[in-house]
Design a protein around this ligand. Structure first.
Ligand code: URA
Length: 282
């Protein structure tokens, strides 16, 4: 980049180069960062001498932090296996007696690497006493920045839908399957979902809503424990068994607002789903 350049031109230059997202509060000169040795280079002397004739397996490419790889500042990955991490999350969640306590528990949970790439924890928003609980997939860029669910483009569409059924943000409660943004808005991995599921399950128990609306395939499949895609199960009523409450909660899967923004033709079906909900609960 040339030395003297107007700030706006410099910004444009970065955008054109693909740097369209802020990932930290302060700039980092990546050319000066010493790579984490265990991630990028074998420890000297630990490798057996290799025969140059033998084809060697290629070293796995570790994605850079800005490609969704481990952040330089993050602590080492957890030593626990997936089952132990899930068990850890389950026992931590079970001990939270209130929503505030659950938010604190999640904020202090270090076994989900997403915590270390996200800017903020996105716990929930709205009125937990409203009886209506909406569950989405995961925070996006705007939600991560503001620490609130559904405040970006899909949140605007959700607000519109809520208005049309006679509701607003103060008459529903909203959360997500994952409380941290996956880097670059990628889809959550099964391991991330499994790790965070005990927190969502406890979240539902503590809110104890009259009805659950599951926004999109990830929320629907995760909460209902089903394999079918959202197209097959949307608009049908299911019973969610809230183990800790000892009763079931009616749950309605529907399309995710972000999907409706990409596929507006599906808005008609989504509206039918919301009318089903309205007929029963409004
Ligand atoms: N998409 C989601 O699933 N949740 C949000 O909070 C925002 C976008």
């Amino acid at each position: 980049m040339p030395d003297s350049i107007a700030p706006l031109d410099a910004l444009r230059w970065h955008l054109d180069a693909g740097a369209d997202e802020v990932i930290a509060e302060t700039p980092t000169d990546w050319t000066q960062v010493t790579p984490v040795p265990s991630l990028r280079a074998p420890v000297r002397g630990l490798r057996a001498p290799t025969n140059p004739e033998t084809p060697q397996p290629r070293a796995a490419k570790v994605p850079e932090p800005w490609q969704g790889g481990p952040a330089i500042a993050a602590p080492p990955p957890p030593l626990l296996g997936p089952a132990a991490i899930e068990g850890h999350a389950r026992s931590a969640a079970a001990q939270a007696p209130s929503l505030e306590a659950l938010a604190q528990t999640i904020a202090g949970f270090n076994d989900c690497p997403l915590k270390f790439t996200a800017m903020n924890l996105v716990f929930g928003d709205g009125n937990p006493d409203s009886g209506i609980m909406l569950i989405g997939e995961a925070p996006g860029e705007d939600e991560d920045r503001q620490g609130k669910p559904f405040v970006g483009a899909s949140g605007k569409l959700l607000d519109l839908i809520l208005t049309r059924v006679g509701l607003d943000r103060d008459r529903v409660y909203i959360t997500n399957i994952l409380p941290w943004r996956p880097p670059g808005n990628r889809s959550p991995t099964p391991a991330e979902v499994a790790t965070c599921l005990p927190f969502v399950a406890r979240h539902i128990e503590l809110v104890n809503p009259k009805v659950l609306i599951l926004l999109g395939g990830t929320a629907a499949k995760t909460i209902l424990g089903r394999n079918e895609g959202i197209t097959r199960i949307r608009g049908k009523w299911f019973d969610y068994t809230a183990t800790g409450l000892g009763h079931t909660i009616p749950a309605l899967p529907t399309y995710h607002p972000a999907y409706l923004l990409r596929s507006p033709l599906q808005k008609r079906d989504a509206w039918c789903d919301w009318l089903k909900f309205k007929a029963k609960f409004i």
